[in-house]
Design a binder for this molecule. Structure first.
Ligand code: SF4
Ligand code: SF4
Length: 361
């Protein structure tokens, strides 16, 4: 009797959209599902991290084409918040995967049209400088020092007091005005190469240590320049001064915090802002402080309805806790919470951590 040879299944060819080592890590255990805000909204597998990784794999092997509607929809519905990373036993770096996904799908004509003017505005250091010039941010015509404050692009326009207050808290920070955008917005919106290039340029404009007041920018910069060169403000202040507990008998405002997703999940910084807040008020931990507020960089502009649905739970908790203040550590969260609190007519005030600490210094 002869035995027919069984041919092994052919290994599907890869298109090279994703780094193989990153895409292959997922073991489909599903531990990430409860952490995902978009899965919480829909309960549908395809809008979970595991479901999206399966879509990426189908895209990589050509099972699904680039213009598949689900592939397109999910690449944009994902917040890019990285809440799926710390809970993953296989160490999936989902943030990098989603950047590669959008770099492939959103290059050229595939990019949401609402993002295009934003990317254009922050692409040139000259434009970024001009945008902030009338806003009296902390930037001056000074030379870089050993430790430099990053002024941000939209932050210097929307919230110029943040950099001024950061300098009040940390007088050792130089703030040269001649600095551009860090490139995080590009990297998260389908221009990965340009995003890295802008981070490199900023690293050259600000040699030495860079201190940032924005968690999203900090995580992107650290990813390109290395964690040794980049510190977020709460990290910097905490390492310098340690945690000082305030006077528990004085009348102290009730203060909550909205974590920055990338600061917490990307850089692992979450204790520091809490301990700094406890110096000046009664710190109140909101149940979803660690979850994305829906701001998510350009997400609130590209998908305003989903962004508002993600924010709702946070606003319910802020109202329920009857907070005096909510602190933020990222410009996008600042805008998102400020608008939400205003819409609901809550009495709670939203402040950046730098403003909060400088106000009582
Ligand atoms: S937790 Fe990690 S390994 Fe498990 S399904 Fe999610 S991404 Fe994949
Ligand atoms: S990045 Fe956030 S929204 Fe996207 S899959 Fe991970 S947890 Fe869900």
């Amino acid at each position: 009797m002869t035995t027919a040879a069984i041919a092994p299944d052919p290994v599907p060819e890869r298109r090279g959209v994703f780094t193989a080592e990153l895409l292959d890590r997922c073991i489909s255990c599903g531990f990430c599902l409860p952490a995902c805000p978009t899965y919480a909204l829909t309960g549908v597998e395809t809008s979970s991290p595991r479901g999206r990784i399966n879509l990426m794999r189908a895209l990589e092997t050509g099972v699904l084409p680039d213009d598949d509607p689900t592939v397109q929809e999910e690449s944009s519905f994902c917040l890019g918040c990285r809440a799926c990373e710390p809970v993953c036993p296989a160490g999936v770096q989902y943030g990098e995967l989603v950047e590669e996904w959008r770099d492939h799908l959103w290059n050229g004509r595939g990019r949401p049209w609402k993002v295009r003017p934003l990317l254009w505005a922050v692409d040139s250091p000259r434009r970024v400088r001009a945008m902030g010039i009338v806003r009296r941010h902390a930037g001056r015509g000074e030379a870089p020092g050993p430790v430099n404050l990053m002024l941000g692009c939209f932050e210097r326009v929307l919230y110029p007091r943040v950099s001024r207050d950061a300098r009040k808290l940390a007088g050792e920070l130089a703030a040269p005005a001649a600095q551009g955008c860090c490139g995080a917005l590009h990297a998260h919106n389908g221009e990965l190469g340009r995003g890295r290039q802008l981070a490199q340029r900023l690293g050259e404009a600000l040699p030495g240590t860079i201190v940032t007041t924005s968690g999203g920018c900090g995580a992107h910069l650290a990813g390109v320049l290395g964690g040794d060169r980049v510190k977020e403000l709460s990290q910097w202040l905490h390492a310098r001064d340690g945690a000082v507990v305030g006077n528990p008998t004085a009348a102290r405002p009730r203060i909550g915090l909205q974590d920055s997703c990338h600061l917490r999940h990307g850089l692992g910084v979450w204790r520091e802002p809490r301990e700094l807040i406890a110096r000046v008020g009664e710190y109140v931990e909101l149940p979803s402080a660690a979850g994305c507020c829906g701001g998510a960089g350009s997400y609130a502009i590209v998908r305003p309805q989903d962004s508002a649905r993600v924010l709702d739970r946070h606003l319910d908790e802020i109202a329920g806790a009857d907070l005096d203040l909510v602190a933020v550590v990222n410009a996008g969260c600042y805008r998102q919470l400020q608008q939400g609190v205003k819409r609901r007519r809550l009495r709670t005030r939203v402040l950046h951590l730098a403003e909060l600490l400088a106000g009582v210094k």
